[in-house]
Design a protein around this ligand. Sequence first.
Ligand code: UD1
Length: 366
Amino acid sequence: MRVHTIHLIAAARPNFMKVAPLYHQLAERAWCNPVLVHTGQHYDFNMSAAFFRDLGLPEPDAHLGVGSGSHARQTAGVLTAYEDVLLDTPPDMVVVVGDVNSTMACTLAAAKLGVPVAHLEAGLRSFDRTMPEEINRVVTDALADLLWTPSPDADENLAREGVAPERIQRVGNIMMDSLEMMRPGIEKRRAWRQWELSPGGFGLVTLHRPANVDQAATLETILEALAVVAAELPLVFPVHPRTRDRLDEFGLLERAENIKGLVLAEPLGYVDFMSLVTGCRLAITDSGGIQEETTYLGIPCLTLRPNTERPITVTQGTNRLVETDELASAAREALAQPPEKARRPEMWDGRTAQRVADSLEHWLNP
Ligand code: UD1
């Protein structure tokens, strides 16, 4: 039997929990040699290595060390560095996940060299091209050979864009595999204890989208809204490095630190963070993944965005899109409701990596 080499592209924090279950699944299959390629888009310990440790991933086989930069610079850095890897040791297939700049850059490098690409988490659309991720999704899906989708809306988006049905396969949401794989450790962690909080007695905040944090006036208004919520429910806010930089630059850091009931924390590893997600009464976020994790867990989520590429979390799940001026009242309404029961979308069941590996096996026909 020929062993097929599969590159798995790990790049930024939201990718690691998508890559890990698939890496572990492929490592068990005799026909497969999974190779981890880290582009270096995220590089701080808390943004990268902590996730490798928590998710049991080995050191990457290749590290491109691209780092931060403008969109063009970061994308170009990944494109040229990854092209060298592909020319040096071409794999049988490249698997990209999610929608970060590295996802698009690696897809483009591979497609130009005729190396097949599969995209995990394909087909999601916010229909908002002011979001850098939307451009990454559209380009990645246009070029990828095999499109693994998490939900029916994604299938429909791809069909509408003229993608041939044989390229689309619904596999479910791989992040739930990570959550299930790590559940015993997450349940034991009880990370809220370090702030003397109790389960169900706090809210969790994350913010990092350029649209929310890159302008002083917008960020300041969000802080004011958080202060109103924090007066009723203590909030833990692990601050993304982009957001910390902006708070600092706009002279808002001290103000944020002094908001009563709001705890600013460093970014957390996977198990600590998911421990807070499982224990919180309410999440306030602009992340994509947290909208899905809270839906899976039945935790109310208020998403500070005008749109979402994950509409199933609103129609079937516990997610609600809110404007900043509605945040405090939406939080109050959520707190007045009894805790919800999880309504899990179909195939968000912890077995997505298995389906992806089966699909890959079928496609490569080893
Ligand atoms: C990126 C992704 C976004 C994803 C987010 C999760 C793109 C276009 N954006 O946004 O989709 O939701 O990751 O975090 O790919 N920085 C550090 N240390 C790090 C990484 C970043 O200090 O390890 C700082 C740097 O100042 C950097 C800034 O954060 O310039 C932004 O990082 P970048 O990767 O460009 O974008 P994110 O906002 O993290």
